[in-house]
Design a protein around this ligand. Structure first.
Ligand code: PAF
Length: 274
């Protein structure tokens, strides 16, 4: 596995191997089995696989966890190397960002609902860095997890609307046996908080069961989910179609149920498609 820290060196290297099909997994590190599943798929489906680890400052709001975001660089290198990754890209912020630079803005509506409402401007930073990384890597295929469903939706929208050449590959959420969706931020959870963290996936499971029994009324489903989540601080429960439009009635095969909540000081998100 080759490690690049300089953007221009990576670009030059990739120009020298231009005939190969390139797969790319962008990450912020602290890799877990969810990342590993993306990486393994990427390695399997491409000639050259690239993983980036970059804790992107522009997607964190003032007061969020940028400074304390978990870092496990040695363990991450090992995971990538064992998985057969060809290139690990570890840039510093100076290698990615410029003074007074050109900015891309998230869509005014879909970028400012749900996660974008609670974290205004977050998706500007996500799209800015993903656009740069796709340009740097010239990825044919890029792999993203469905846990960040709105992020994935907005990246696909950007790729389509900016006529980028990368295929965005959607990958399923990886869960612990308990149901907890894997996330680097789970590392913040105290042992005593783990039980409460399970309530997010439990509420989604309950929603699926209710839907499979024939309930279609979104407000009734939300009410039931709220009962499961009553001991934690819920930020939102939302039911939308796959394009993130709110819906009052479940549309089988075209619905997302999304939840965000605080367990202690840790903000967790989860979702399912029904
Ligand atoms: O999902 C993430 O880890 C980040 O938002 C991403 C896509 C790597 C951009 O910084």
């Amino acid at each position: 596995m080759q490690i690049f820290t300089k953007t221009n060196n990576l670009i030059k290297y990739l120009e020298s191997i231009s005939e190969k099909q390139i797969g790319f997994v962008p990450t912020m590190g602290a890799l877990h089995n969810g990342h590993l599943s993306l990486i393994q798929k990427c390695v399997k489906e491409n000639d050259i696989s690239i993983v980036s680890i970059f804790v992107n400052p522009t997607q964190f709001l003032e007061g969020e966890d940028f400074e304390k975001y978990p870092k496990k660089i040695e363990a991450d290198k090992k995971i990538c190397s064992l998985a057969g990754v060809d290139i690990l890209f570890l840039p510093t912020a100076d290698e990615i960002y410029f003074e007074d630079e050109t900015n891309i803005l998230a869509p005014k509506i879909k970028g400012y609902i749900l996660e974008g409402y609670k974290r205004p401007g977050h998706f500007n930073g996500v799209l800015q860095v993903v656009l740069k990384l796709l340009n740097i890597t010239k990825a044919d295929n890029a792999y993203f997890g469905k846990k960040d469903a709105q992020q994935l939706y907005l990246i696909k929208k950007m790729v389509k609307e900016l006529f980028l050449r990368t295929n965005i590959i959607e990958c399923d959420i990886v869960r612990e046996e308990s149901g907890l969706a894997l996330s680097s931020r789970n590392a913040y959870l105290e042992q005593s908080e783990k039980k409460d963290a399970l309530l997010l996936s439990a509420s989604l499971k309950k929603a699926t069961q209710i839907v499979s029994k024939g309930e279609k009324d979104a407000s009734k489903i939300k009410e039931e989910m709220l009962k499961t989540l009553k001991t934690i601080k819920v930020e939102y429960i939302e039911i939308t179609d796959r394009e993130f439009n709110k819906i009052a009635t479940i549309q089988p095969g075209n619905t997302r149920i999304l939840v965000a909540a605080y367990v202690g000081l840790t903000r967790l998100i989860d979702n399912i498609e029904v």
